[in-house]
Structures are given as structure tokens and as C-alpha cells.
Write a protein that binds this ligand. Structure first.
Ligand code: ADP
Ligand code: SF4
Length: 689
């Protein structure tokens, strides 16, 4: 099908300095948890995006010099010639399908603790290093000689980037991560020389670096400036008004302005706190200040919103990181008139945790992300089925739905049996909680895909037992029956059930999702530490309850530090009047009070309560699996070759674990199973001489 005419503007080529992008889909730099440790995996991930139609594709942040690096986080490096082959592989991969290859060069400065190189960090002003981990390291102030060195190191990096084949070199000065922002900001630049004070002075290094880049590589490569749209550190920082003044003064300095929020947490806000196009107000009007194109982000997944950004003169290029992760083929789907096939990002920020935990990124919606090279998984293609024909999927949550979708694509005849009235499992329930409506896209995308598959049938209101499964005689059965929240307090603090008086009304997140909400004084015990405790506290407080959240952790919803939303969650709960008791566990639940204790001193206190909500851990709903396993001797006679359990029914985890499990099951059906070796390729560094 041809694309709809109203999307034509998205496919108009546009020049960026000496190079031309074939369309307006601009994949801005994004981390992936692989970086220099997994360069082939990162290169293949970018190649697939080029195939999916993105006009511009960037690497993640690439550190230009060994005197500034952000260990433990794993990004890229262009320190020496020996770094070039891995970067050239990325540029080549991006070029294979006609995209422009961009590299984001960064000198982290006051953001780089140098834990690996052990060099003394340098910054515009001597200050403690500003990172997520509050490292006990301070930077010294750069003098004029250091600034001359810094410019020379940049020139060497520009030359190397060109040598690797990159078309666009981006100077990073946003998110608090690049030295250009540190010079521009009155918070991190308190100098009194010609590099400090007035905006003109604070912008001097930026001007020098851009003009050096133009000198060195400007004939062949475009130079992008990625600046902060707004940064505030108490009364200091780099405001949106200053950014506008700066662009007005130096509008034609770079070949393109790439504008992103001042802190990464603001820029990559999850859907719970930020809408699509959330930065529009900060960007609007900037295009009129410069003759050069402007790119900006906003978790854009709707082509109509994208078109509006261009037609109303807000942006020239549609910058996307997360939407390109959730659907590397987004541009191609718009181009081919298949908008309904777009796998929309749900804004959960699970992808960011790969970087924050230095592991490798996952995407809730796209289980193939970062597995393109490791496992040879392509987001849009899958090998045809093996020797068997029929598969029964039990349970239509994220695991079962993704298994059914991918099995259907492989050509199996698939039946999905779901006990409930609708598909979606946990996402259908969780998306009704405050701020989580976009999570419903996990089911929406799969619902539509399955409706298009003639070989997949869904049976609702069909709770199966072991007898039925054995009677049906499918060749393969996959059990994805999910999990429920425990009522006995077992999690991390209590590995055996907690003493609970039966007179105390007790709730779990399942009750809340079923619409049964406690009122009055509610104590919520969070020993789960991801989003659920904070979301349920918000839900109850909005419903008028007087909520006290007790957690043994030092943070509310501690693991959401990795999804960049922890501070927003705490602020929201504080605004709603939720009382927060950190570093406290629950010792016992009495008839009208909860005994809590400090995790350090053991000092106890009683909290009067009308009800208690336990957000502790989940128990797998695997009775069907256990029942069938006990009758393994009957499988053969019933014509069953295999029965497997996946997703939350095997071991509860985040939604991304379930979609991955479903996808993996489908990919591996009818393939040899060797558990003696990893199921993915690894890149093992060669030993130096
Ligand atoms: P996951 O995250 O692993 O996909 P969910 O809890 O989201 O798990 O989904 C599990 C789904 O399985 C739920 O929709 C539930 O209604 C369904 N289910 C549970 N037991 C059965 C059963 N015996 N037969 C059919 N469906 C079941
Ligand atoms: Fe979007 Fe979540 Fe996937 Fe990240 S992990 S791209 S936020 S769906």
C-alpha cells in the first residue's frame, strides 16, 4: 500500500551542511548497555534501523579522550587508532541502507569520574563530579593550556570520526553530560576569565569547537550541536531563555541544532510522567531564530504528531531514541502505508536500565533489541517453522501473546486459550493504574497483529486444566499463566511468611487492580522496590486514603533509579501527602497496627492502621504446569512432543522479561536445545601482545 499523502513531508530529503538526509526520521544518539564491550551487537542494532528506513542514525555517546570517561557506564571511545575499527563497523552498517551515520562526541568533564583511567578530571570550575553515583571525586578547573589541549583532542577526534566514515559529527552539550553544557551553565561554570561570566563568554568554547570541527572535517561532514533546552540547578543553570539568546546570536554556527532537555531524567521522562511531544513548549519558536535545521525529541510514535511538528514549524527532523528501539521499522511502516503495524514505545524506560546497570538493554515491546547480532533475531523477519504443526498457548498475557505472534509468523497453527474475558494479562490490569495507560500498547500491538494472522485463533473465557490440555492433543504446549501478588509478605526482608493478624484487612496490588481499595489509614509495605509500590500508593492517596509507605530500601521504588523516574515518583507521592518511611522494615502486622523497625538499629515503632497493602513479591500461577509435569508419562500417548512454562508462570519478572520469554520460545521451537553453551554470540576481546 502506498503511504498516505499527509505523511509525504516526513519523506522529504533535507540538507544538513554538506550531507543530505533522505527523510526526516532522525535517530538521535542513545545508549544500549553494550557500547565498547559489545560493538558488533551495537552495530547490527543500528544496521537494522537503517534497513527500517531511518534517514539519520547516531551512535551512542563516544568519549573523545582518555582524560574524561564515565565508567562504570559503557559507551563508546575514540581515544586511539585501535578504537577505530569498531566505530567504522557501525558507520558501515548504517550506510548499508542509505542512512547518514552520525557519531556523538563527548568530553564528560564534570560528569566523568575517570574510575577506569584514574586521570584527574577537568571541568570549567573545580567541583565534585556530578553523576548518578555521587563518586567521591572532584574535578580540577581547566586553565588556558588545558583548553588548548581540549581543542586539540577534539580536532584529533574529528579527524578520526571522518576516517571511520561518519557523515555527521555531533558535539554533546545536553543532559548534563558534555563539557559544552558545563561551560554554558552558570551552575558549572563560575569562571572569571574570557570563558566565564557573560553568555558570550560561556559560549566561547562551544564556538571554538564548532569552528575547529568545520576546519577539520567541514568539507565532508556535517557538524551538529546538541544543546540543553533548559537546565536549572537551584537558581543557576542554562535557561531556555539563554538558549534562545544564544541561538539568535549564533544561529548559523552548526549545520543542525539538536535540542534536548537539560537532564537526562527530564529528557527521557517515562509515559507515567511525560506525554508524547512533552518538550514542544521549550522548542517552539527556536526555528525562527536560525537558518539551520532543528531536531528535537518527544517519544514520538504517532506519524500525525510528527507531521504536525514539521508543519507547525517546531522541528525539521523528528528525533527518536525510544520509538526507534521499540520499532526499528517505524519509518518503513509509515512509508508502506502500514501505520497500524507500528509497535509503539510504551514509555516504560526499561531500555535505559541496560545502560544504568551496565548489562545490555532490553525493550518491553521489542524483544529483539540488542539481540540482532547476539541471537540473530531480526525485528521483522523470523525463520519459517520447523517440523511440527500445532501449538497451544495457555494464557494471553505479554508472554503468551508474544509467543503466539511470533509462532504465527513462523507458520505454526496456533490456539491461544485465555481464562479471562480479554487478552493482555497483567498489562490489561496494570494499564488502569495511575499513569500507566500507555502500557496497554503491549496488548494493543499484539491484538492487531494476531487479528491479521489466519493461523492463530484466540479462545477467551477458556480456563484450561490438565485433562483438557492432554485431550486436545496439540504437538506443543506453552504455559504462560502468569503470577499473582503474595499475601504473606514473603520477599526480601521476609523469606518466610510474616506474622499477620487475620483481623487486619489485607490487600495486594491485585485487589487494587480489581477495584477493591482500602480507605482510612493505610500502611503500604514495599519490599518489591520497582514501580508497583509507588503506583499503588499514588492510587490510594488519590482515592482519599491516608497512606504511609514503609520500605526497607533507602529510596521509594528504589529500582526506578534505573528507569530515571525515582525522583519523579518520590516528588509525586510527597505532593499527594503520602508519608514515606525509608530504611524501615515491617516486623509484624497486628489487628490494628503495624510494627515497623529501622533496618540499621532495629528500633521498633507501632503505626496505627485500618488496612495494610503488601507489595512484596509474586507467586507463579503454575498449577497447570505442575499438574502436567506430574503426568509427563501421558504426553506421548496424547500426541504431545513438548510442554514448557514461560514468563511470570515460570518466574515472575518485569513485563520485558515476559515478552522476551514468549519471543524466545517461538524462535527456539523445533530447534536443537543445547544448554551447555550460551544461546547467544559473545564478543570476546582479543588478548594484547
Ligand atoms: P505473563 O506476564 O507471563 O504473560 P500474565 O499474568 O500477564 O503473565 O498473563 C497470564 C494470563 O494467563 C492471564 O491473562 C490469565 O488469565 C491467564 N491464565 C492463567 N491460568 C490460565 C489457565 N489455566 N488457562 C487459560 N488461561 C490462564
Ligand atoms: Fe519504549 Fe519501554 Fe521499549 Fe524503552 S523499553 S523503547 S521505553 S517500550
Amino acid at each position: 500500500m502506498p503511504r498516505e499523502a499527509r505523511y509525504d513531508i516526513l519523506f522529504e530529503p533535507l540538507a544538513i551542511g554538506p550531507v543530505t538526509a533522505k527523510n526526516r526520521f532522525y535517530q538521535v544518539p542513545h545508549c544500549n548497555g553494550g557500547g565498547y564491550r559489545d560493538p558488533s551487537a551495537a552495530a547490527e542494532m543500528r544496521r537494522v534501523k537503517a534497513e527500517g528506513g531511518w534517514g539519520v542514525i547516531f551512535t551512542e555517546q563516544c568519549e573523545i579522550h582518555h582524560s574524561s570517561e564515565i565508567t562504570p557506564y559503557i559507551e563508546l571511545r575514540i581515544w586511539e587508532d585501535q578504537d577505530l575499527p569498531m566505530l567504522a563497523r557501525m558507520a558501515d552498517a548504517i550506510h548499508e541502507h542509505g542512512a547518514l551515520a552520525g557519531i556523538e562526541l563527548a568530553y564528560p568533564g564534570v560528569n566523568g569520574p575517570n574510575l577506569y583511567t584514574k586521570e584527574v578530571p577537568m571541568a570549567p570550575t573545580a567541583l565534585p563530579i556530578r553523576t548518578f553515583t555521587n563518586d567521591p571525586v572532584q574535578a580540577r578547573a581547566m586553565d588556558r593550556e588545558d583548553i588548548r589541549d581540549l581543542r586539540r583532542w577534539h580536532r584529533i577526534a574529528f579527524e578520526r570520526a571522518k576516517q571511520c566514515g561518519f557523515d555527521i559529527v555531533c558535539l554533546y552539550g545536553a543532559h548534563g553530560f558534555g563539557v559544552i553544557q558545563h561551560f554554558l551553565s552558570t551552575a558549572t561554570n563560575q569562571r572569571s576569565d574570557e570563558y566565564g561570566g557573560s553568555l558570550e563568554n560561556r559560549a566561547r568554547l562551544m564556538r571554538e569547537l564548532v569552528s575547529d570541527a568545520k576546519d577539520v572535517i567541514g568539507d565532508q561532514c556535517a557538524v551538529a550541536l546538541r544543546l540543553s533546552l533548559e537546565e536549572s540547578v537551584r537558581d543557576l543553570g542554562f535557561s531556555n531563555a539563554e538558549l534562545r539568546d544564544l541561538i539568535e546570536m549564533h544561529g548559523d554556527l552548526p549545520d543542525i541544532w539538536d535540542l534536548a532537555h537539560g537532564a537526562w531524567e527530564d529528557c527521557s521522562g517515562p509515559s507515567r510522567f511525560k506525554e508524547e511531544a512533552a518538550q514542544q513548549e521549550l522548542v517552539s519558536g527556536i526555528k525562527a531564530l536560525t537558518p539551520k535545521p532543528v531536531v528535537g525529541v518527544g517519544r514520538f510514535t504517532s506519524p500525525d504528531v510528527m507531521v504536525k511538528q514539521i508543519n507547525t514549524g517546531v522541528l525539521d527532523f523528528i528525533g527518536c531514541a525510544r520509538p526507534s528501539i521499540a520499532d526499528p521499522y517505524l519509518p518503513k511502516k509509515v512509508e508502506e502505508g502500514r501505520v497500524e503495524d507500528i509497535r509503539e514505545c510504551i514509555g516504560c524506560n526499561m531500555c535505559i536500565t541496560g545502560d544504568m546497570t551496565m548489562s545490555i538493554s532490553r525493550c518491553t515491546q521489542n524483544p529483539t533489541f540488542m539481540e540482532e547480532w547476539r541471537k540473530g533475531w531480526h525485528p521483522e523477519r523470523i525463520t519459517p517453522k520447523g517440523g511440527s504443526e500445532t501449538v497451544l498457548v495457555v494464557g494471553a498475557g505479554p508472554a503468551g501473546l508474544e509467543a503466539a505472534r511470533a509462532l504465527g509468523l513462523r507458520g505454526y497453527t496456533v490456539a491461544v486459550a485465555e481464562a479471562g474475558e480479554d487478552i493482555g494479562g497483567r498489562v490489561a490490569r496494570e494499564c488502569r493504574l495511575p499513569g500507566l495507560s500507555a502500557w496497554g500498547r503491549v496488548a494493543d500491538y499484539r491484538r492487531y497483529q494476531l487479528s491479521q494472522a489466519a493461523n492463530v485463533d484466540i479462545y477467551l473465557n477458556s480456563r484450561l486444566d490438565a485433562d483438557q490440555v492432554l485431550e486436545f492433543g496439540f504437538e506443543h504446549v506453552v504455559i504462560a499463566t502468569g503470577a499473582h501478588w503474595r499475601r504473606d509478605g514473603v520477599a526480601r526482608q521476609h523469606v518466610v511468611p510474616l506474622p499477620i493478624d487475620p483481623k487486619m484487612p489485607l490487600y495486594t496490588p491485585d485487589d487494587i487492580m480489581d477495584g477493591t481499595l482500602p480507605t482510612g489509614r493505610v500502611v503500604l509495605f514495599d519490599d518489591d522496590h520497582y514501580y508497583m509500590g509507588g503506583v499503588v500508593a499514588e492510587c490510594l492517596a488519590r482515592n482519599g486514603a491516608e497512606v504511609t509507605l514503609v520500605t526497607p530500601a533507602a529510596y521509594v521504588s528504589e529500582w526506578t533509579n534505573n528507569t530515571l523516574e525515582q525522583a519523579a515518583i518520590h516528588s509525586r507521592l510527597a505532593e499527594l501527602g503520602v508519608s514515606i518511611e525509608l530504611n524501615r522494615g515491617v516486623e509484624a502486622i497486628g489487628p490494628d497496627a503495624v510494627t515497623t523497625a529501622c533496618v540499621y538499629s532495629g528500633q521498633q515503632r507501632n503505626l496505627s492502621a485500618d488496612a495494610v497493602v503488601l507489595v512484596t513479591s509474586r507467586q507463579q500461577d503454575d498449577s497447570l504446569w505442575q499438574g502436567l509435569k506430574a503426568r509427563q508419562s501421558e504426553w506421548d500417548g496424547a500426541g504431545i512432543k513438548s510442554i514448557k512454562v514461560i514468563g511470570d508462570a515460570q518466574a515472575p519478572g518485569p513485563i520485558a522479561w515476559a515478552t522476551y520469554a514468549g519471543h524466545r520460545y517461538a524462535r527456539e521451537l523445533d530447534t536443537p536445545n543445547n544448554t551447555d553453551a550460551p544461546s547467544f554470540r559473545r564478543e570476546v576481546a582479543a588478548l594484547a601482545d
